[in-house]
Ligand binder design. Structure first.
Ligand SMILES: *Cc1c(COP(=O)(O)O)cnc(C)c1O
Length: 392
């Protein structure tokens, strides 16, 4: 197999070797059920407690505020559905944004069918939530504001502290989907006035199928899975002990390496952005120039079809992602790119590249050359581009 250049770390990441190593004994040796009474099970129980402590410390939260889930989607579903149920007597209005992950958007649509009202806030051209619009959207029956910490497509980081302040001034709960941000930017749930926060293992070099929901003490929230007494009776099911151990290790690594790793990623990200914008004409950067995830670059190439670009990059061994989601044969442009105001045809020519700690300058140089070659080729086959060049 030729060299793989993996630049799709917003989709998932490689499990770190240290994480694998930490997990293995909990498959092979310490397989006890943490709920059992004998000493052997106590080893599993202790591992859960340690992971919970690591995660709580990373957020400046308390251990009993961390609830393990089967990933980010479950945590998002739980936060919205259980809050809606527990606070229905106060009101049935929820505020979120147009650029959330589908785990939030589709849960919102589901709640609308149950009689809740959901306001989807606009964002500006950089993908930032408009705070004045948020303030205006708040009503006496608003029970929850859910705004993602950082966007998975365009990388824009939201003014989370300001949003949290607005929510708390009005006595409204604040949830944030931090699946992309956790491990990449420092988060303090008190400073940011966060009541609930979703995160996922596989987005930060941990295993897939494990994540957590932070729930601030005092928030009324219903059980998500009914059954045994695990997770303080709120999320039943024998714990995914190896996964939880792996998640804890991944969080420890992410926190310990954050400063150095993200500084290096930012430098390479900016190098990539600068070269592409300079060397590929009729190209734009999506998202905020500086206030974005350290590893995210998202471009739109005019007169280029994103899916073709991806396929040709794949032939060069490059893994990226386009802004289009291929649903049942029809190519819908990304809801995020439409929300920042891109016309359909521009949104269709988009490419997201997300770096990792392992990405090198040589990788980026190779990728830029490949993009230049492919974009030139695709444009040479485009009648629209031909007309455009004739007219200019
Ligand atoms: C990946 C992702 C999710 C879903 O997490 P899973 O663990 O894959 O279920 C939710 N929100 C955002 C922003 C994501 O990037």
């Amino acid at each position: 197999m030729k060299k793989l250049i993996y630049l799709d770390n917003a989709a998932t990441t490689k499990t770190a070797p240290e994480v694998m190593e930490a997990m293995i004994p909990y498959f092979t040796e310490y397989y006890g059920n943490p709920s059992s009474v004998y000493d052997f099970a106590g080893i599993s129980k202790k591992a859960l407690d340690e992971s919970r402590e690591t995660i709580a410390n990373a957020l400046h939260a308390k251990e009993n505020e961390i609830y393990f889930t089967a990933g980010g989607s479950e945590a998002d579903n739980w936060a919205l559905k259980a809050t809606a149920e527990a606070y229905a007597a106060k009101g049935k209005h929820i505020i979120t944004t147009k650029i959330e992950h589908h785990a939030i958007l589709h849960t919102g649509e589901y709640l609308e069918k149950l009689g809740y009202e959901v306001t989807y806030l606009d964002v500006d051209e950089f993908g930032v939530v408009k705070l004045d619009q948020l303030k205006k959207a708040i009503r006496p029956d608003t029970i929850l504001i859910s705004v993602m910490f950082a966007n998975n497509e365009i990388g824009t980081i939201q003014p989370i502290k300001e949003i949290g302040e607005i929510a708390h001034e009005q006595g409204i709960l604040f949830h944030t989907d931090a699946v992309q941000a956790f491990g990449q930017v420092p988060i303090d749930v008190d400073e940011y006035h966060i009541d609930m926060l979703s995160a996922s293992g596989h987005k930060l070099n941990g295993p897939k199928g494990i994540g957590f929901l932070y729930i601030r003490k005092g928030v009324k929230i219903r059980s998500f899975v009914h059954g045994g007494a695990q997770e303080r009776k709120r999320r039943a099911g024998t714990e995914n002990v190896p996964g939880i151990v792996g998640l804890g290790k991944a969080v420890e690594l992410a926190v310990n390496t954050m400063e150095e790793r993200t500084a290096k990623e930012k430098e390479l990200r900016d190098y990539l952005i600068d070269r592409v914008l300079k060397e590929v004409p009729y190209t734009r950067l999506n998202g905020h120039r500086t206030n974005r995830l350290p590893n995210n670059a998202n471009f739109s190439f005019q007169f280029v079809e994103g899916e073709s670009l991806l396929i040709m990059l794949d032939m060069d061994g490059i893994c990226g992602s386009s802004g289009s989601a291929c649903t049942s044969g029809s190519l819908d442009p990304s809801h995020v790119l439409l929300a920042i105001g891109l016309p359909h045809e521009i949104a269709h020519g988009s490419l997201r590249l997300t770096l990792s700690a392992e990405t090198t300058k040589e990788d980026i140089d190779f990728v830029v050359e490949s993009i230049k070659k492919i974009v030139t080729k695709l444009r040479s086959m485009s009648p629209l581009y031909e007309d455009f060049i004739k007219q200019n």
